[in-house]
Design a protein. Structure first.
Lengths: 384, 169
């Protein structure tokens, strides 16, 4: 059934306070999952309010350090960590991460032992961080369990991680908070065993960016990460996060205009990214998609061989293409080959099932045009 | 060693890779009016410009009689490579550092003089002078939004996603 929003006679701040109180009432352990961004700063301050009201002591905070973190964010995190009302656990665990350059994809291992030995980590391993060694593993391989499994170790009873996820950041995030009707802001973590009693909480899901800045800066007079000022005066993206995956890398020049020294650190670790910085503005990805699409399934194979540079990524792409082929057999209009190429080159496809072309996409427009012009068999043939 | 040459004695190469925007051209003209040409133009022995086309164009338009030129004895291939190297490896202005520099300048200069000297619009100047997003986003004037919960409905609604201020490609 479709969803709509029902607006309440209360402000987003009052509603978030109620949600947080409810979470503290029904969970045994509550931690703030902090990223250094403005949204998690707002959540941290909301938790602090309740800790003071109920005399709960320092707020438990978890930070998952993904190595490619901007220097401004690291400075802010270090400042937060030293606050006397914060009790932070800083995790630096080896997980796979995509590096995307002009459609070419490869996995790299965050905090990799090999890169560490070669002096090619983006940053030094932070002092006092909780690493793979703390779990009897080492940083030469990907951690076998999802990250939430490790960050919730040692927490008592039912555990809640408060996050700063907001609905208006993306349609995926919007859907994640409208799916449930009761306690819609309390969700089970993706891919984590049902036996593990952890829930992710989104207490500020209905806030806008301006609500966040007003609450943090005006109401609490609390500093936010200075990266946001850098971004504001340069028109850059205001998300703090890994800058090299398939979506963020398309705005790699934002890193150069906001924190060029960070770009240098990334470049030292992954020199291939410089091609993305220099050429993406003029790169004709559509022509590349067309050239692969012309060769049909041979083109799909070529696209995967040319662009999936690490074995794991190649395997994931082959698996995704095989699933796409099955769906295409039943609905060739909904699954045109250029849609597959576009997904392989531009979008996230790991752990996702192929979806049909959606409204407002180029593939969808072409498909509708072909259906409207049914006499034009060549056009339909092209689509198939 | 540089020498003084008439602008007419220099030539624009047909392999030039750079383009100077009008706004940058006007800014350069302002600088040359105030300080002159501080760095010599680099050319081949026959006067073909390797680096400094914009300085040459400004000098030409302003009717300067002479410009400083460093002539290099090099072949065509070497000249093109040098031209590309110089331009590809040139640094760029970092906005938050420029913002800091503007605030320092304000201690010794008036707003208007800075805007004129740097060929800056008032909007650009305001953002750089403030250096923070709070003024730009008008956070002081903002009233908190109403909270909402999801409900079932027979139709969907258009939900607005916040996008970055500059378009994504």
């Amino acid at each position: 059934m479709p969803r709509k929003r029902l607006f309440l006679d209360t402000s987003v701040v009052a509603a978030a306070r109620e949600r947080i109180k409810h979470v503290y009432d029904i969970f045994d352990t509550v931690c703030v999952q902090f990223s250094g961004g403005k949204d998690s700063s707002a959540v941290l301050l909301l938790a602090k309010e309740l800790h003071e009201e109920r005399n709960l002591g320092p707020v438990k905070v978890i930070f998952r350090d993904e190595e490619m973190v901007s220097p401004a964010v690291v400075r802010y995190l270090e400042w937060i960590k030293d606050l006397d009302w914060v009790d932070m656990e800083w995790y630096a665990l080896p997980y796979g991460q995509e590096v995307w350059v002009l459609g070419r994809r490869e996995y790299v291992l965050l905090w990799s032992k090999q890169r560490q030995e070669e002096g090619r980590l983006v940053r030094e391993m932070p002092e006092g961080a909780i690493t793979a060694q703390h779990f009897g593993l080492d940083n030469s391989k990907v951690m076998p369990q999802p990250v939430d499994y490790y960050t919730m170790q040692g927490k008592n009873g039912r555990v809640a991680f408060l996050t700063g996820i907001r609905a208006n950041e993306s349609m995926i995030r919007y859907r994640s908070v409208v799916q449930k009707l009761h306690e819609n802001y309390i969700n089970r973590p993706y891919r984590l065993s049902k036996a593990i009693p952890l829930r992710l909480i989104k207490p500020i899901y209905d806030w806008t960016t301006d609500d966040v800045f007003k609450y943090v800066s005006e109401d609490n007079d609390f500093p936010y990460c200075e990266y946001y000022d850098y971004a504001a005066i340069s028109g850059a993206n205001t998300r703090v996060g890994i800058p090299l995956h398939s979506v963020a890398a398309r705005r790699l020049n934002d890193v150069v205009t906001t924190e060029p020294e960070f770009y240098d650190d990334l470049y030292a670790a992954f020199p291939q990214i410089d091609a993305q910085r220099r050429l993406w503005g003029d790169f004709d990805i559509e022509s590349l998609i067309s050239s692969y699409s012309r060769d049909r399934w041979d083109g799909v194979r070529r696209c995967i061989d040319d662009n999936m540079l690490s074995p794991g990524k190649h395997k994931d792409a082959m698996k995704f293409a095989a699933e796409f082929r099955k769906k295409r057999k039943h609905d060739p209009y909904g699954y045109p080959l250029d849609h597959l190429m576009r997904t392989l080159l531009l979008n996230e496809f790991r752990h996702t099932a192929p979806s049909p072309v959606g409204p407002k996409t180029k593939a969808h427009r072409m498909r509708m045009a072909a259906i409207a012009d049914a006499d034009d068999l060549d056009k339909i043939d092209d689509l198939l | 060693m540089s020498e003084l040459l008439k602008p007419q004695n220099l030539k624009v190469p047909d392999w030039r890779t750079t383009y100077t925007l009008k706004a940058d051209y006007l800014g350069l003209m302002q600088s040359i009016k105030t300080y002159g040409i501080l760095y010599p133009i680099v050319s081949m022995d026959d006067g073909t410009i390797i680096d400094g086309y914009a300085r040459w164009a400004v000098a030409h338009d302003m009717g300067l009689k002479e410009v400083p030129v460093t002539r290099l004895q090099c072949g065509l291939g070497e000249a093109i490579l040098l031209h590309v190297q110089i331009n590809r490896c040139r640094g760029q202005v970092v906005p938050h550092r420029l913002s800091r520099a503007i605030r320092t300048l304000l201690k010794v200069m008036e707003d208007r003089d800075i805007m004129n000297a740097l060929n800056m619009s008032e909007d650009e100047f305001d953002i750089l002078e403030d250096g923070s997003l709070l003024k730009k986003r008008k956070i002081k004037q903002h009233n908190y939004n109403q909270a909402w919960i999801p409900i079932e409905s027979s139709s969907t609604e258009d939900f607005r996603i916040e996008r970055p201020p500059t378009p994504d490609k």
